[in-house]
Write a protein that binds this ligand. Structure first.
Ligand SMILES: C[S@@+](CC[C@H](N)C(=O)[O-])C[C@H]1O[C@@H](n2cnc3c(N)ncnc32)[C@H](O)[C@@H]1O
Length: 275
């Protein structure tokens, strides 16, 4: 059974595998930061990881699939206002503006270098796009500014208390908050992934792009949340938070997608449908 706490107290101690996580699962997590979260490493190293994510996402069709999922949540709205958090390379937003002719998109990241790069590219030149440095856990936007907030492949970067604050913030500025991320496996597969990544990393040249990507990838798996944890994080943000789990593509079995919303928005939506 999925277990959650009634308020924010104690959420910082929740294991990434949820309150009922096994002993081994609780030990397979880390507070070590990924390169992309560090400001004591060269930007060039961080951007190498972002480039690899862009490449891998393009090869697997991930950006396109994530954009389809995001747009399915705003399907009844003519000119949906969408905020992307943790955009990194910005490909998800790029797909959104290509697929939807009137979507208005704010593309953001905590890292100013990534935002600067996006602003200087094709996406930044689009008149329906705005770029901004935004911290997902303290969103500098007014209440109800967006129809949808989306955060892809990034939620695991946030420790539980910060992650819960991000859910509260994203559902304050947006009607729905779509989180798409890697799904935490059970303990044995997770142990094998972690050990395999350590081994492959050790055999890879320290200067290769792959080495930095494997380093961050291993930490990502160890910091990933499972379904029970996603539910508890939502409840900690607001006991009435609605968490709807969506089915990611069959070709992406390692992903999890959850749309958070507050019941107040559900009321607004039914009222606006009636009027
Ligand atoms: C693994 S990358 C994902 C990039 C892209 N969304 C993708 O799907 O490939 C994680 C991104 O989250 C950003 N990030 C980390 N903490 C954040 C926070 N508190 N608020 C906003 N973005 C954050 C990082 O700067 C990084 O660009």
């Amino acid at each position: 059974m999925e277990q959650s706490t009634p308020g924010t107290s104690g959420i910082e101690h929740m294991p990434r595998g949820g309150y009922n996580a096994s002993w081994l699962n609780r030990h397979l997590q880390t507070d070590v930061l990924e390169y992309t979260d560090r400001y004591d490493v060269p930007d060039e190293l961080k951007q190498r990881v972002i480039d690899s994510l862009d490449h891998l996402g393009s090869v697997r069709g991930l950006h396109e699939k994530n954009a389809h999922m995001a747009l399915s949540l705003v399907s009844g709205i003519d000119a949906p206002r969408i905020l992307e958090l943790g955009a990194g390379h910005g490909r998800l937003s790029e797909q959104i503006v290509q697929m939807h002719r009137s979507a208005q998109v704010t593309v953001s990241d905590l890292d100013p270098t990534s935002v600067h790069n996006i602003a200087g590219g094709v996406l930044g030149a689009n008149t329906r796009v705005r770029t901004k440095v935004i911290d997902a856990s303290a969103i500098s936007e007014p209440d109800d500014s967006y129809d949808l907030v989306v955060f892809a492949s990034s939620f695991h970067h946030l420790p539980p208390k910060v992650a819960s604050r991000a859910i509260a913030e994203a559902t304050r500025v947006g009607r729905k908050f779509l989180v798409i991320d890697i799904k935490r496996p059970s303990a044995i597969p997770l142990a094998l992934i972690s050990a395999g990544a350590l081994l492959i990393g050790a055999l890879t040249s320290p200067r290769s792009k792959a080495r930095a990507f494997i380093h961050d990838g291993r930490i990502s798996w160890l910091r990933s949340y499972n379904r029970a944890a996603f539910t508890s994080l939502g409840t900690a943000a607001d006991p009435a938070m609605v968490a709807e789990f969506l089915s990611p593509s069959d070709r992406l079995p390692h992903n999890i997608a959850v749309a958070y919303s507050r019941p107040t928005f559900a009321v607004h939506e039914s009222e606006s449908r009636r009027s």
